[in-house]
Design a protein around this ligand. Structure first.
Ligand SMILES: NC(=O)C1=CN([C@@H]2O[C@H](COP(=O)(O)OP(=O)(O)OC[C@H]3O[C@@H](n4cnc5c(N)ncnc54)[C@H](O)[C@@H]3O)[C@@H](O)[C@H]2O)C=CC1
Ligand SMILES: O=C(O)[C@@H]1CCC=N1
Length: 272
C-alpha cells in the first residue's frame, strides 16, 4: 500500500493507465490521487474512469499537496510546466517523470537543489497490470524511494532498475513496443480475413496467438528460437510461413523500429 498523496501532472493516456492500474491493484485508493491537466476533457475522462479522484486545472495545487508527484506530460510541455511547479514542490516530495527522453540531469536543474527524482519508462499495458517498466534513480533518491517506485510499478506490471543511459533503449523496446505489436496483430488479423476468416474470429485468434506466444517466452524461460522450433514441422506450413516472413525482412523492420524510437527518445531529451 502506498501512503500519502499521489499527484499526476498531466492526466492523459499514461497517467490514466498508471492511476487506474494502481487503484485496481489496491495499492492506493482513488481518494489519495489528484491530477491536473490543461483541458477539462482529459480530467473528466479520468474522473469517469476512477471515481473519487480529485481533478484540477492547477498544476501548482497538485504539486503542493503531493507526496509522490508523477510528471505525465509530453516532453515538449516540460519547458512550460517545470518552472511553473518548481516552487510548489515540497522538499519531502518524490518526483517521478515518465516522459520519454527527459533526463534526470535536465529535471534536477529545473527543480530546487536536492529534490529526489526517479525517471521511469512505463507502457500502456500498465492499465491491465501487464506493464513492462524500467526506472533509474536520481542522485538524491533513497532506497525507500526505490521501494516506493517498485511498489507503484509492481502494482501495474513488472519493473526493472536500469542505468539511466539505457532508458532510451527501453523506450524503443517496451515504451513504444505495444504499438508495434498492435500493428502485427492487425496485420495477421487482416490476412486471416483475406484467407476467409470472419473478422471477429481472426482478430481474437491473432491477439491470443501473440499473448500466448509471449506468455510461453515468459513462463518457460526458453529462448524464442527454441520455442519457434517446436512449431516448425519439416516440410510443413510454418516453415513456409517463416520463409515468407524472412523474405519480407520482418527482423530488419522490427530492429529499425526499435532503433528509430530509441534515437527519437535521445532527440527528445536533447530538445526538451
Ligand atoms: N502513451 C504511452 O504509451 C506512453 C507515454 N509515455 C510518456 O508519458 C507522457 C504522457 O504521454 P501520454 O499520456 O501518452 O500523453 P497524453 O497526450 O495522453 O496526455 C498528456 C496530458 O498532459 C496534459 N497537459 C498538456 N499540457 C499541459 C500543461 N501545460 N499542464 C498540465 N497538463 C498538461 C494534457 O491535458 C493531457 O492530460 C509523455 O511524456 C510520454 O513520453 C511513456 C511511456 C508510454
Ligand atoms: O510515442 C511516444 O513518444 C511515447 C513514449 C513511449 C510511448 N509513447
Amino acid at each position: 500500500m502506498i501512503s500519502g498523496k499521489i499527484g499526476f501532472i498531466g492526466a492523459g493516456k499514461m497517467a490514466s493507465a498508471i492511476a487506474q492500474g494502481v487503484v485496481r491493484a489496491g495499492v492506493a485508493k482513488a481518494g489519495q490521487i489528484s491530477a491536473s491537466a490543461r483541458t477539462e476533457q482529459t480530467l473528466a475522462q479520468l474522473s469517469e474512469s476512477i471515481p473519487g479522484v480529485e481533478t484540477t486545472k492547477s498544476n501548482t495545487a497538485v504539486a503542493e499537496q503531493s507526496d509522490l508527484l508523477i510528471l505525465s506530460i509530453k516532453p515538449q510541455v516540460m519547458a512550460t510546466v517545470l518552472p511553473e511547479i518548481r516552487s510548489a514542490v515540497r522538499p519531502q516530495t518524490l518526483v517521478v517523470s515518465v516522459a520519454a527522453g527527459v533526463t534526470l540531469e535536465h529535471l534536477a536543474k529545473a527543480f530546487k537543489r536536492g529534490v529526489r527524482l526517479v525517471r521511469v519508462m512505463p507502457n500502456t499495458p500498465c492499465l491491465i497490470g501487464k506493464g513492462a517498466c524500467a526506472f533509474a534513480l536520481g542522485e538524491h533518491a533513497t532506497e525507500d524511494d526505490a521501494r516506493l517506485v517498485e511498489t507503484l510499478l509492481g502494482a501495474v506490471g513488472e519493473a526493472y532498475p536500469v542505468p539511466e543511459h539505457q532508458l532510451d533503449a527501453v523506450t524503443g523496446v517496451s515504451g513504444s513496443g505495444p504499438a508495434y505489436v498492435y500493428t502485427v496483430i492487425e496485420a495477421i488479423a487482416d490476412a486471416g480475413v483475406r484467407a476467409g476468416l470472419p473478422r471477429a474470429v481472426a482478430a481474437q485468434l491473432a491477439a491470443r496467438t501473440v499473448a500466448g506466444a509471449a506468455e510461453m517466452v515468459i513462463s518457460t524461460g526458453k529462448h524464442p528460437a527454441v520455442l519457434r522450433d517446436e512449431v516448425v514441422s519439416p516440410g510443413g506450413t510454418t516453415a513456409a510461413g517463416l520463409a515468407a516472413l524472412e523474405r519480407c525482412g520482418v527482423r530488419h523492420a522490427l530492429a529499425e523500429a526499435v532503433t528509430a524510437a530509441t534515437e527519437r527518445s535521445r532527440e527528445l531529451g536533447q530538445s526538451s
